[in-house]
Design a binder for this molecule. Sequence first.
Ligand code: AMP
Ligand code: ZN
Length: 501
Amino acid sequence: MKQYEKFPLQITNSLSRKKEPFKSLIEGFVGMYVCGPTVYNNVHLGNVRTFLTFDIIARYFRYLGYKVRYVRNITDVGHLENDADEGEDKIAKRARFEQLEPMEVVKSYTEGFHEVMRQFNILPPSIEPSATGHIVEQIEITKKLIDKGLAYEANGSVYFNVRKYNESHHYGILSGRNIEELMESGRDLDSQDEKHEKIDFALWKKASPYHIMRWPSPWGDGFPGWHIECTVMSTKYLGETFDIHGGGMDLKFPHHECEIAQATGANQKSPVNYWLHSNMLTVNGQKMSKSLGNSFLPKELFAGDHPLLERGYGAMTVRFFMLQSHYSSTLDFSNEALSAAEKGFKKLIASLNTVKKFVHEGKGGSDQKISEELHTLAEECHLTMSDDFNTAKTLAVLFEMSSRINDIKSGNISLQNLDQEKFNLFQSTYINTMEQVLGLREEEEHNHELLNGVIQVLIDLRKKARTDRNYLLSDKIRDELKQKGVQVMDAKDGEMTWAIE
Ligand code: AMP
Ligand code: ZN
């Protein structure tokens, strides 16, 4: 029996606004698309929360035995400054500002983004397509929408006709907005506006003569709108209908609403079975965002180098802090909460190191009551995760398990009296839930300290070898350290320094 049959998943679908049993389109396979970052400002901690949510979701699906194709894009064109259809292209603006070719901005941003993901142990997606790599497909679907009467050209730009679409479908199905109200609030079209209605959105934008990111199209030189890239890349890699589409809560409207309209209009079928939205990281109750000036970058967080931070915190402490709340609730940043998280995280990691060392030597089983209790705790780890990926509840179970691990360590519970099978399940569940599902591991700085300590032991051994005139050994240590990338420098007075090259 597959794990996913044993622990069936319930997930909250933003479309129905209800918890629903999860059923994949293809047995044993999950297709998931998540809106990735926009190449503009460096990723801040708020962005990290959203990508962490979907990392957990992808990890848990895999843990349950599903094969997952996880697509997360890079928005490298078309996201205009005010998130609507006006203003400068965010990437082009950055490029102009820094006097760089836009693709230089994209490259360095993407590398920085990957490094942040690595620091937080957020695993890479299966496919990471970019908007500029899919211009042809974006033009094709725009043509298709014009042919179907759902889009119109105006002065070299193309707009989606929301009113027309809404005659046969429901624009607002995801965000629960009422189209009449949207139309009403958007009545104030100014005279130079090319759109028929304010609510219409761009599929293609005409490039002004000074605009650097531009491609030829049937409507002249231009660039794609923001929403169309996700429709094109999700359906290209996952099919016209796929299982899960995710992103931050702030993308529900207009971005995801527009995606539904475009894809449904073009393909006559609903593109996504389950829409999932991760809630916002807030600071004093306000969404963390670059424009509000209340955001900080991961490197500022690690160094404690920001007015909002009393000191630095490790990436794993922050990961743990974020997992303490359910992804659908807002999460408020505070120094107190992070300090508390650090203590909790250290406790769970200490138990992880301890439990790995336990070896059950025989069948055991005389202590059935505790064995049963441990077995139940292991099952609860899965049940809480299968309940809409409730990491908060899973962590509470792990704390219970951590207490039992301490009882075994102190001898309060006798390991050899436990039922071997039940204990083994308890042990492997604790390890796998921590490492594979929640992606928690020692802080990197801990590993650095460990490494520095080990190198120092070798340096001291080399000093001893030299005092003993054992030059063969002293040279061997120096040469082998060099091979591993550690250079040892000898000072005149017999002291030695070293550096990682
Ligand atoms: P962006 O690079 O601005 O397009 O954002 C990338 C992702 O981060 C999107 O899914 C946003 O919804 C998400 N996001 C932005 N700000 C926050 C925040 N304060 N908390 C959680 N997610 C956020
Ligand atoms: Zn998107």
